[in-house]
Ligand binder design. Sequence first.
Ligand code: NAD
Length: 488
Amino acid sequence: MQTFQHYIDGAFHDAPSSFESLDPATGQPWARMPEARADEVNAAVAAARRAFHGAEWAGLTASQRGKLLLRLADLVEQNARLLAEIETRDTGKIIRETSAQIAYVAEYYRYYAGLADKIEGAHLPIDKPDMEVWLRREPVGVVAAVVPWNSQLFLSAVKIGPALAAGCTVVLKASEDGPAPMLEFARIFDQAGFPPGVLNVITGFGPECGAVLTRHPEVDHVAFTGGPTAGRQIVRNSAENLASTSLELGGKSPFIVFEDADIDSAVNAQVSGIFAATGQSCVAGSRLLVQNSIRETFLGRLRDKAEQIVIGSPADMATEVGPLCTARQRDTAVRLCELSVTQGARLVTGGRAIDGDGHYFPPTILDCTEAPTAACLTEEFFAPVLSAQGFDTETEALALANDTAYGLASGVFTRDLTRAHRMIRGIRAGVVWVNTYRAVSPMAPFGGHGLSGHGREGGLAAALDYTRIKTVWLRTSDAPIPDPFIMR
Ligand code: NAD
């Protein structure tokens, strides 16, 4: 079995405890992971704190930080294949997706490398004579970054990139489900030439590691991606250290198709919108809202596509849907599908776990038009399960789209420009994709509201989240300041 180590203060360490990581394709252990508890968390935070104040990091110019990030981007690119293979092995994310995604992860580091020396302060035209007032943008401090198993290299890049560009230091807690890609990433990061302690990578479980980290008194900001349950816990933890938080939580995103849409494009976008990443994607377009006039045709086209999807080993380039990361995820999918069917949902395809080794669950479609209270319409599966509902009017489509506690992403397919604009205005979500779905870029802020969290990742907005403003007042007059207690 392969073994992995923590990366703390620029060195690799074993931990007193460890745990096995299972290969999702076989359900068998393949690697041993170090398990961080309080001692390891404390050591990682102390290293990040020392590095934050140390001259080796704090003394760098913003451009020098940018150059280090550029070197990291190049290293990620050079090691993309290795990182892709490890992520596929440990999380079951299919190799064709990990390969493509890691190449793009390098672009995120490159973008933030370029942004490092463009995070500007401001000068204020203050309403007082002989006074200069300006705002300095300073790094917020030690950042605790906590990520879930899916797309960890990507989800950590959107935290590490802006945090380091801003001059922060980071303790990253990899998910206990499939931490290998992040622990391997630490080896690559180590070659980039950052001072020790600027990034520390540990893994462990929520209560013993994540909770200790996120309420640690030396942590200034918590950047979290995960589910709403852990998200709430993080916010409670932040009552201890009063750290600021950014939360990227789940979604139950509507994918709305009007009868005038380009149907071929809408079908393909919906297939990738829900079945990419084997459905384990926060932006999954998991609620199809389709105009009733085309509902049967559209669902038939989707079913045909879903049934042709190649399910197989995640390591095989031909595979289009792989195993779910954990048996727990597969069992949730089984349970929610069964429950939804008993609540009146019509099973169009899929719906049962695939027998044999590994955590496989097939592409599944449920038509809930006659079952508006089915659990599959409200619960986030994190599995390749699409729930569909028909609508007649635009008003109805908007009401269904907004009938959710989440507010992360949304998609609208229509050729009617004015209707597209009305939908863009009306949909309550952090992202609206029109006649496309899933597009992301380092330049574009991403995030949600409601149960989907708060804060933005990507773009300049994310880098500013890792800074705080210092207001400077400088008196320019040489005239003595009069004694305030001498009456004139
Ligand atoms: P999770 O919330 O259970 O775990 C995420 C991380 O939080 C893990 O590293 C875990 O160890 C840690 N954690 C758990 N309890 C904690 C606690 N009390 N204190 C501190 N840390 C704790 O999520 P998951 O099941 O691993 O991932 C799936 C969820 O992530 C889904 O709900 C999905 O929508 C969400 N997600 C959101 C985005 C996004 O960008 N919005 C992206 C991917 C995944």
